[in-house]
Design a protein. Structure first.
Length: 394
């Protein structure tokens, strides 16, 4: 009997151990399932970093390349064909309007000029004869010795002779003007910035000096450098800066420690479709002729920025069918896409014209699968990973 009781007690003990072990396994499994569910739920909420919009800069600074050119620049071509007899002004020579630059020996023109004078003398003699004849016919007509038809013919011959004499006179005047072109003169006060002829070179009227291969070049280039023109191409997003009164600071390679002031003159009022830029012109006073035509210039522009502009990191932008948007986190930590109007864009910063409010929490680098009204978890990056964004510059 006692032996049966001990056997029964052993079975109960084993059964109890199995029950306890089974309960432990079940509890552990339930705990694991709960932990998996908790982790899964936690992972389903994306971690995001947020930034707030910052007021735009009070001024906009822009640096662009430009080209300095003369106030006036005249390439001078010959108007008389012949050979260069002598040139008198070399590179860099200061000239006044009317100063002789070169003389051209034009024997062909001289011969045509002499012929024109002879033609005028001949036509003048013919005209004088028609006048005498017409007077005689009129005298005879008074005594009715000749017909009226004969008198009319005499008058017509006189008028025709006068017209031919006038034509010869105009032809001679043309050659008188061409003879003056044998002397090449400066058109205005300035500097000779180019001389492309030598003594003995053949030059052709209207075609310049002809080289061995037949190409035509100008004889001289005279530049007025008392004031210079500065040309630069301004991107369309910055064209609002270009207004009367705008002053630019100009640097040139030959004077690294000096700057020049340029005043806004005009803008093309049209954009190049290939570059989306507009040609802009400034003026620079140059009384000492320190600046030369063709100089490369670095042009720095500064202008007050437009009001009501916010700046955000470019990495916050989202391009969707609705247009440009950002993901804004609400007070209950849900993301909402909001349409914005952007202005100037740089690699790291973008101007926003409308669509933002002060204090908006904007997601930086929003996930590609982020949905509207999706719950998010805002995290603060470790201090060593905080990023500084550069400001928009031209």
């Amino acid at each position: 009997m006692a032996r049966s009781i001990r056997k029964y007690s052993g079975l109960l003990l084993v059964a109890g151990v199995l029950v306890v072990a089974s309960g432990y396994v079940i509890v552990e499994r339930m705990h694991a399932d709960h932990e998996v569910a908790r982790v899964t739920e936690h992972s389903a909420i994306p971690d995001v970093e947020v930034v707030t919009p910052e007021p735009g800069a009070k001024t906009v600074a822009l640096t662009l390349p430009g080209t300095v050119d003369a106030w006036y620049q005249a390439p001078i071509y010959p108007q008389a064909s012949g050979y260069v007899k002598m040139w008198y002004k070399d590179f860099g020579s200061d000239v006044k309007a009317g100063d002789v630059l070169a003389d051209i020996n034009a024997p062909g023109l001289d011969a045509q000029f002499a012929q024109a004078k002879a033609d005028l003398d001949a036509q003048s003699a013919k005209y004088n004869l028609t006048v005498v004849s017409a007077n005689r016919w009129h005298a005879m007509a008074q005594s009715q010795a000749v017909s009226g038809q004969s008198v009319s013919v005499a008058d017509a011959n006189r008028k025709s002779g006068y017209a031919e004499m006038q034509a010869s006179q105009h032809n001679l005047d043309r050659f008188v003007a061409l003879e003056k072109f044998k002397t090449v003169v400066a058109p205005f006060d300035g500097v000779v910035t180019s001389r492309d002829i030598n003594v003995g070179d053949y030059v052709s009227a209207g075609g310049g000096e002809h080289s061995a291969n037949g190409d035509a070049n100008q004889m001289f280039v005279v530049s007025d450098m008392h004031k210079m023109r500065l040309f630069l191409s301004v991107p369309e997003v910055f064209s609002y800066m270009l207004k009367p009164g705008l002053t630019a600071t100009v640097s040139v390679p030959q004077f690294p420690n000096r700057t020049f002031k340029a005043q806004f003159l005009t803008i093309a009022k049209g954009y190049d479709p290939n570059t989306r830029t507009a040609v802009t012109e400034f003026t620079i006073d140059n009384p000492d002729h320190l600046l030369w035509p063709g100089t490369f210039a670095s042009v720095h522009l500064t202008s007050p920025a437009e009001g009501g502009i916010w700046q955000i990191p470019t990495s916050t932008l989202v391009f969707q069918e609705a247009g440009m948007q950002v993901a804004v986190v609400s007070n209950d930590n849900h993301a909402h896409f909001r349409s914005i109007t952007v202005g100037r864009m740089a690699d790291t910063r973008t101007d926003v014209i409308s669509g933002l409010q002060p204090g908006d929490r904007i997601i930086r680098n929003p996930p590609a699968d982020l949905l509207d009204n999706q719950e998010v978890r805002v995290v603060v990056p470790a201090k060593g990973y905080e990023r500084e964004d550069e400001e928009i510059e031209g």
